[in-house]
Write a new protein. Structure first.
Length: 208
């Protein structure tokens, strides 16, 4: 049993610890900003920062409760990176949010003359480093930001940070799957112990 497994109680987590670990949700990067130090569990001998799964799990619960209060079509969820495409699309389909994948059109949140202009009440970012344009526009418009953050992220402008591996295909899929399930549970559309009707694999971006 690994050091990570010895530390956590599976009964307290939204999914079994093994599922978090197999998806690599705890894997950070070789860089850690001052902002992210509080979310780090340990540093491996090779310099890789390991995130605290308990804090990831805790923030997923908080985010699910928070996001459930917003109207479906007022939630905008964004991923400009490839591995976030399918998770974002499936998440949006399940919770009723508006997805934006690939290139984020400049002015989408700030220019009412654009055909693609949107006025969300909340925005979810897959990786603030990559999703910089929507973060800037959300800040300018005073739109609250929820974001998945790894050890190389800064938290400037982020209202609710969810620590987790926002680089890996399986990790991003699992994070969005859990968050979607939590929102539906908080809305009362799922029982407190019910699962989503689709498996987490359907959230994964397929590789070619």
């Amino acid at each position: 049993m690994s050091e990570e497994q010895k530390t956590f109680s599976q009964q307290e987590l939204l999914v079994p610890l093994e599922q978090y670990l197999q998806a690599g949700v705890h894997i950070g990067t070789h860089t850690c900003t001052k902002h992210m130090e509080k979310f780090v569990f340990r540093v491996r001998p090779d310099g890789l920062y390991i995130l605290d799964i308990r804090k990831t799990d805790e923030r997923l619960r908080i985010a699910g409760r928070f996001l459930s209060r917003f109207e479906r079509n007022k939630i905008l969820v964004v991923s400009t990176k490839q591995y976030g495409r399918q998770p974002v699309l499936k998440f949006a389909e399940i919770v009723g949010a508006i997805p934006v994948v690939g290139r984020f059109p400049p002015g989408m949140l700030t220019n009412p003359r654009l055909e693609l202009y949107r006025e969300p009440e909340i925005i979810i970012l897959t990786d603030p480093r990559v999703d910089e344009q929507p973060l800037i526009e959300a800040l300018k418009m005073g739109i609250p930001v929820v974001a998945f953050v790894s050890t190389d992220n800064k938290l400037i402008g982020i209202d609710l940070a969810i620590p987790g591996n926002n680089k890996g295909r399986k990790s991003i899929a699992l994070l969005y799957w859990i968050l979607a399930r939590q929102i539906l549970r908080e809305r009362g559309e799922l029982g407190l112990t019910d699962n989503l009707p689709i498996p987490v694999e359907q959230f994964e971006t397929t590789t070619t």
